[in-house]
Design a protein around this ligand. Structure first.
Ligand code: DC
Length: 223
């Protein structure tokens, strides 16, 4: 039996997808699925194991040996790789850039597809990423594409990293974001794009609450 709707939120880095999706999931008592965390977890393992992204044999062995799980602990999504809690270790720009690079590899995307579909198979989910509405949940009930200008996204990402205690340079954050955008939009498989069937929301001049309010009213649920 279905637990509820499937809601997808796609868009570029720093558009506010995570905060908005988490809030939406909380308001609806739905599961929150952060698919970027899965790509980041694979990137983390790449880095630790010193695997070259172009070494297909090593890559397929690494993916076979790897078990990723997501666990909700006190409202926070924890990511485990082969039993190790990597939640905090994957939240930096180095891993973000590497995640973007390895997410262009067909084998990586294929190995993460079933995990994502499995989490959403009974509905009652808000799934955020780059290809939620196009590839992972093409039959989703509501599809959103969240946008914002590059400088607003870079500023949000910079503030978020500062709040986590990272010593980062704003210009560097903006540069990384632009590189990541280009990689995610230009890859051949499941590229990031504003697609037909998605409601596009430009959050450049909107607060998080305004975005959530707008989504809730489109879904037909009032807070
Ligand atoms: O959302 P994020 O910044 O944590 O994602 C990190 C990278 O992972 C992103 O730059 C591209 C990749 N990714 C992807 O290719 N597909 C997804 N559904 C989610 C993330």
């Amino acid at each position: 039996m279905k637990r509820g709707l499937i809601i997808t939120v796609d868009g570029p880095a720093g558009a506010g997808k995570s905060t908005v999706s988490k809030m939406l999931a909380q308001l609806l008592s739905y599961i929150y699925l952060d698919t970027g965390a899965l790509y980041r977890a694979v990137a983390y393992k790449f880095l630790i194991d010193n695997t070259a992204p172009d070494d297909e044999k090593a890559l397929s062995e690494l993916l076979m040996r790897m078990s990723i799980s997501l666990k909700n602990k006190h409202g926070t999504l924890n990511v485990f790789v082969n039993g190790e809690n990597v939640t905090d270790k994957i939240r930096n720009e180095k891993i973000g850039l590497l995640a973007s690079r390895i997410s262009a590899i067909a084998l990586v995307r294929a190995s993460l597809l079933s995990i994502q579909r499995n989490v959403g198979k009974r509905g009652g989910i808000v799934a955020e990423g780059r290809d939620m509405g196009t590839v992972v949940f093409p039959d989703a009930d509501y599809k959103f594409y969240l946008e914002a200008s590059v400088d607003v996204r870079a500023r949000r990402r910079y503030n978020e990293l500062c709040m986590r205690g990272s010593n980062v340079d704003y210009d560097e954050v903006e540069r990384d974001l632009i590189v990541r955008d280009r990689q995610d939009r230009e890859r051949e498989i499941a590229p990031l794009k504003a697609f037909d069937g998605a409601t596009i929301i430009d959050s450049t001049h909107m607060t998080i609450s305004e975005v959530v309010e707008k989504m809730m009213s489109l879904i037909g649920v009032r807070k």
